[in-house]
Ligand binder design. Structure first.
Ligand code: ARG
Ligand code: ZN
Length: 872
């Protein structure tokens, strides 16, 4: 069934309080839920009460403590209907039973390892008990959890702990009370044998909060980084947004089986252990950065998501886009802002632009869905964050902060909408944001075209800008968007040319706002022909087309005061070189300018800003190039062309790369901070490029680094380089790695993923072999994503094999998974989202595989939705 935004209406009943008693048992967990209900004044009077369920089994039902007669209600696994509820406030006491061990969907109450845990967002609470399972029903929960003390010595719930004790027969209990009304998707419990690291955080008003991270026994040492990131997040939200934590405890629990990254349950965040556990030996710098970002993200949800939640699931970006924006800002403050921005834009382009240009494109706020779990997308999250960022660019930092304060003030304790959110900023800034808000409604990535003309006589520079957004499913006609373009003019010798104020009048300094189909900007008193630097800091999620030649791009690379555009111009030069090689099929005449510019850059910047230099050395990905081509893509040609350019560049810079590599070698012990990570990133980028240009020497160097490394960042980077060099060394290194880490599933995930990404025809066979590896399991989402997800999402040539075998394999995996875990299956299937831009033969093969999936009887709604939309 299709759910539509315009059909929203409030519930007919409210649930003000819920008292749950959960008696944990491996196969027969009993849930006794006492719900305090009343008619909703905003709903229809005297209608039946309809509660949601999903695969539930009702054991007993009482209305106002009296057992309900069979005629009074109707119960199915999906629904509980009370035909004529009391007119006055009343209670329902519902007893249900579930088997957490059999719950392979990992939604609702399930077992992960030896622990019990829950995942309720979006619609998992209805798998625990019958409820009004929607975000606009706010309820105060009290939860009693009971379990065998041996099996589950630790019992955690939302809110504050209020009591604990013996329950007889070797069992014990804990009672948790959460004073903040919340929707049931934020409900959670955990029970199990867990170790913890704990600390205390004192909030800005002096409240002491016990903070802890719980992990599998024996792994507490690996949770200290997460705990530290949590305390830094708490301090940052006070400092930057004035937001203070509101309970006596804050707990994080890491579990091994989790459909997504993590979940912001009130006072009890539950995490995929991949985003908690870290040690120098087992986690890379990138893992540490992810842990920091996701710990922050879930913590920040306490205000943006929990204290203020969403009226309905169409408003998902209200909490997700905003919270991603907040975690991005946190990481930017904790690390390098410029490098963080580049990394975020890479992700945005790889994930969101890809989604936005294919059959799964949808607005940041969708208007309809069949399966809400399929809308936890790059568009809702990443583009949603970009919309917030644009809003801040448009109205300025001060008005933005006033708008946020107003939002917290006005909507605390409520379930809000995008309209209500935007209105706070309109009010705080005194601007009409009506047109701007179209970013929430209109899908597709706008293309902005810029053409410059310099009049040497008049000393004026004219910039003609146009925008166009291509059609997306259900939106054939597009209107112009409000596009903030942060810009500057750079002189030929690098000086920033002052902008005549008239050019960007009415906007924030240095920002031009393109809000119609076209506009012409005139700058006066421009002493020389400038190079325009547009979209500084990537000020809007658009594609920019601009008629700069290589020399002009290299001026920006060398002199632009905006680090993002420095990086972007180097990427553009490299992209063009690769595109020329795709066209020619042979190495293009070597372009000395690029190598020379990089050589100069490295001599100037490698020492002072290694993390940034590493970003510059990383060539655009095959997927970047494919998107740039846009249609009739041949992934093999893209791969060959990129490889040619990489080899050529690596050879041209070999001496400098080797020199830099050895300069950056360090005898210092590993510290996972931004400075150390930057040096390692650059050193490993040098190794990668050097090995492309000088494969024999590169292999030796990589092998030595692989064996000598004292940390996973260097060891795994070296293995990555080796994995792209066919031969015996690669197989030796892979074998040594799996032997060394045979007991660490998260490290073996890296090993699975690396092999799945090898761009060789033998990879598919290798993959089939790895699926029989004892550490692999189709039941664990991390394993599936590492092995099969990496192949489908990140191995462009092999997933898109011309014979269709890659598609068939992934389609088989989707179907095999669907019966067990539809959410993970549907996510895997989104690998087909770019099939329409392939050349005809591959397009036909991809379509055939998609049709086979779509035509399989008994599909889950999740997979049926993705396959159906992918084919539309
Ligand atoms: N709210 C979580 C987060 O962004 C994501 C949970 C999504 N879960 C799901 N089953 N769709 O932090
Ligand atoms: Zn989130």
């Amino acid at each position: 069934a299709v759910i539509r935004l315009e059909d929203y209406r409030p519930t007919d009943y409210l649930i003000d309080r819920a008292e749950l008693d959960i008696r944990l048992d491996r196969h027969a967990t009993r849930i006794l839920a006492k719900l305090h209900l009343r008619a909703n004044p905003a709903g229809r009077p005297a209608v039946p009460l309809v509660l949601d369920g999903d695969e539930l089994r009702l054991v007993s039902l009482a209305i106002d403590d009296v057992p309900a007669s069979p005629q009074a209600f109707e119960a199915s696994p999906e629904r509980l209907v009370v035909h004529a509820p009391p007119a006055q406030p009343f209670t329902l006491t519902i007893e249900t039973e579930t088997d957490p061990t059999a719950n392979t969907k990992l939604m609702g109450l399930y077992r992960s390892g030896s622990a019990y845990c829950t995942q309720c967002e979006a619609e998992g609470f209805r798998r625990i008990t019958y409820f009004l399972d929607r975000p606009d029903v706010l309820c105060v929960f009290t939860t009693r959890i009971e379990a065998d003390r041996q099996e589950a010595p630790v019992l955690l719930g939302n809110g504050n702990p209020v009591a604990a004790g013996e329950a007889g027969g070797g069992r014990h209990f804990a009672i948790w009370h959460d004073p903040f009304p919340k929707p049931c998707y934020l409900f959670a419990i955990v029970g199990g044998r867990l170790d913890k690291v704990a600390d205390r955080f004192t909030t800005m008003s002096g409240r002491a909060v016990d903070v802890a991270v719980y992990v599998e026994p024996g792994k507490a040492a690996d949770a200290t980084y997460a705990l530290d990131a949590l305390k830094r997040s708490m301090a940052w939200d006070e400092r930057v947004f004035g937001r203070e934590y509101d309970l006596d405890v804050f707990n994080v629990v890491a579990v091994s089986d989790f459909n997504m990254g993590a979940m912001e349950n009130k006072g009890l965040n539950i995490f995929n252990d991949k985003y908690v556990l870290a040690s120098a030996e087992t986690a890379t710098d990138a893992d540490y950065a992810n842990i920091e970002a996701i710990i922050a993200h879930e913590y920040f949800h306490n205000w943006t998501g929990n204290r203020i939640t969403c009226r309905d699931w169409f408003q998902l970006c209200l909490k997700e886009g905003l919270t991603v924006f907040r975690d991005q800002e946190f990481s930017a403050d904790e690390r390098s802002r410029a490098v963080k921005r580049i990394a975020d834009v890479r992700v945005l382009r790889a994930q969101q632009f890809a989604e936005d240009s294919g059959p799964l494109a949808h607005p940041v706020r969708p208007r309809q869905y069949r399966e809400i779990n399929n809308f936890y997308t790059a568009t809702v999250y990443e583009k949603g964050a970009e919309v917030i960022r644009m809003l801040r660019t448009l109205i300025g930092d001060d008005a933005f902060r006033r708008g946020m304060d107003l939002y917290f003030d006005r909507y605390d304790g409520t379930a809000a909408t995008i309209e209500e959110f935007v209105a706070c900023f309109a009010e705080a800034s005194g601007r009409d944001l009506g047109h701007f808000a179209q970013w929430y409604e209109q899908a597709g990535t706008p293309t902005v075209n810029a053409r410059g003309h310099y009049d040497a006589e008049a000393k004026t520079y004219r910039l003609a800008l146009t925008q166009v957004t291509p059609p997306t499913p259900g939106q054939p006609e597009k209107a112009p968007q409000v596009i903030p373009i942060r810009l500057g003019l750079v002189g030929g010798s690098g000086a920033e040319i002052a902008l005549s104020p008239a050019a960007t009048a009415g906007h924030m300094p240095g920002v031009f706002v393109l809000d119609g189909p076209s506009a012409t900007l005139t700058f006066t008193n421009v002493p020389e022909k400038p190079v325009p630097s547009l979209l500084r800091g990537f000020s809007a999620p658009v594609r920019l087309e601009i008629d700069l030649d290589e020399d002009e791009l290299l001026v920006l690379f060398r002199y632009d005061s905006d680090a993002f555009n420095q990086w972007q111009s180097a990427q553009t030069v490299a992209t063009r070189a690769i595109l020329r090689a795709v066209g020619a099929g042979t190495p293009p005449a070597p372009d000395r300018r690029m190598a020379d510019a990089l050589r100069h850059f490295l001599s100037m910047r490698a020492g002072s800003d290694p993390a940034f230099a590493a970003q510059v050395l990383a060539l655009p990905t095959e997927a970047d190039i494919a998107r740039e081509i846009g249609h009739d893509v041949d992934p093999d040609a893209v791969h060959r062309a990129r490889q040619l350019v990489k080899v050529e560049l690596g050879a041209a810079l070999a001496a400098e790369l080797a020199e830099l590599y050895s300069q950056l070698s360090s005898r210092e012990p590993y510290v996972p901070d931004a400075a150390g990570a930057g040096r390692r990133a650059l050193r490993n980028a040098c190794l990668d490029l050097f090995a492309a240009g000088r494969p024999a020497e590169g292999e030796d160097l990589a092998m030595r680094q692989f064996r000598d490394a004292d940390n996973m960042t260097d060891r795994f980077a070296a293995l990555g380089v080796l994995s792209h060099l066919p031969g015996a060394a690669r197989e030796t290194a892979l074998a040594e790695f799996s032997e060394r880490f045979r007991n660490n599933a998260l490290v073996l995930d890296k090993w699975f993923s690396l092999q799945a990404m090898i761009p060789e025809p033998e990879t598919l066979e290798r993959l089939r072999g790895l699926m029989r590896h004892p550490a692999f399991s189709m039941g664990n989402p991390n394993r599936v994503r590492s092995l099969i997800g990496s192949f489908a999402m990140a191995n462009l040539t092999q997933f898109n094999r011309a014979d269709g075998a890659g598609y068939d394999f992934v389609a088989d995996m989707v179907l095999a998974l669907d019966a067990r875990n539809p959410q993970v299956a549907a996510r895997l299937l989104t690998a087909f989202r770019t099939w329409k831009m392939l050349e005809p033969r591959r397009r036909a093969e991809a379509e055939k595989a998609l049709r086979r999936v779509a035509g399989t009887p008994g599909l889950s709604p999740d997979v049926a939705d993705i396959s159906g939309r992918s084919l539309s």
